[in-house]
Design a protein around this ligand. Structure first.
Ligand code: URA
Length: 248
């Protein structure tokens, strides 16, 4: 028998989405400010089936409900913002609506991009999905547009594809990576792993230096041209299937 959608009490649902404490959201509900399919729900204990379409069907104080739990988004990460609380500088979370920072479960980044790397960053509050994408066995392909300081020396494509390349300080060779040369100082590099500063370290290992790094693809999902740096967009089920479709 298939499991139906999770059910949550209305006050719990809203407080988990960051609308306020249980007490605060109860006031909003009792004031008749929450509707579902056009009907006011003023019972804070009402059991709500948590389905993705709730964001269209529920209105809270005149606005559509925030994405219900179990969602994912893509962000065009600008340069200079960080994915980690451990690094100095503005965090990617500051690019999302303020209320989303109080959500439970919390939203996290799907893997990380360096502060100096721009481009396609996925974020989700769904732990199982996060694991599926970043687990070492999933090998979801990540493609980077690389701009180098010095011209390519010529053996990089073969070396990166060899499956024997070692990074400094590591004892396990890198999985084969694909590289497409765009010009003497530009290339597209696709990796399945996500080791610390991997692309920068791969080029450092061949005596080069990465001047600019931009991720334009995760799995089969391409960063849309009309998504400006700093903007985000929710992912559909079709987008998520694309993410998981291209493995190395
Ligand atoms: N490789 C890097 O060096 N940096 C990133 O942000 C991603 C991959």
């Amino acid at each position: 028998m298939s499991k139906g959608p999770a059910q949550l009490r209305l006050d719990r649902l809203l407080s988990n989405l960051g609308y306020g404490s249980r007490r605060e959201v109860q006031q909003v509900i009792w004031a008749g400010l929450v509707t579902l399919d056009g009907e006011t729900i003023d019972d804070s204990d009402a059991k709500i089936a948590v389905t993705p379409d709730l964001a269209r069907r529920m209105i809270v104080d005149g606005e559509p409900l925030d994405p219900p739990p179990g969602f994912a988004l893509m962000l065009n990460k600008p340069l200079g913002v960080t994915c980690s609380h451990k690094e100095l500088g503005p965090l990617v979370y500051a690019l999302l609506p303020e209320r989303w920072r109080r959500r439970e479960p919390a939203i996290s980044t799907v893997g990380r991009l360096d502060k100096d790397t721009s481009g396609l960053l996925l974020m989700t509050d769904d732990g199982a999905l996060l694991h599926k994408i970043i687990s070492p066995r999933s090998n979801v392909a990540k493609r980077y547009n690389v701009t180098l300081d010095r011209p390519l020396r010529g053996d990089e494509v073969a070396l990166f594809a060899s499956g024997t390349m070692m990074l400094e300080g590591e004892d396990k060779p890198l999985m084969p990576a694909q590289m497409e040369v765009l010009s003497d100082k530009r290339a597209l590099v696709t990796i399945g792993e996500g080791r610390y500063h991997q692309v920068r370290r791969m080029f450092a290992a061949v005596g080069n230096h990465v001047n600019a790094l931009h991720r334009d693809r995760v799995g089969g999902l391409q960063l849309p041209d009309d998504l400006a740096p700093g903007q985000y967009r929710l992912l559909s089920d079709a987008d998520l299937s694309l993410v998981l479709e291209a493995r190395t």
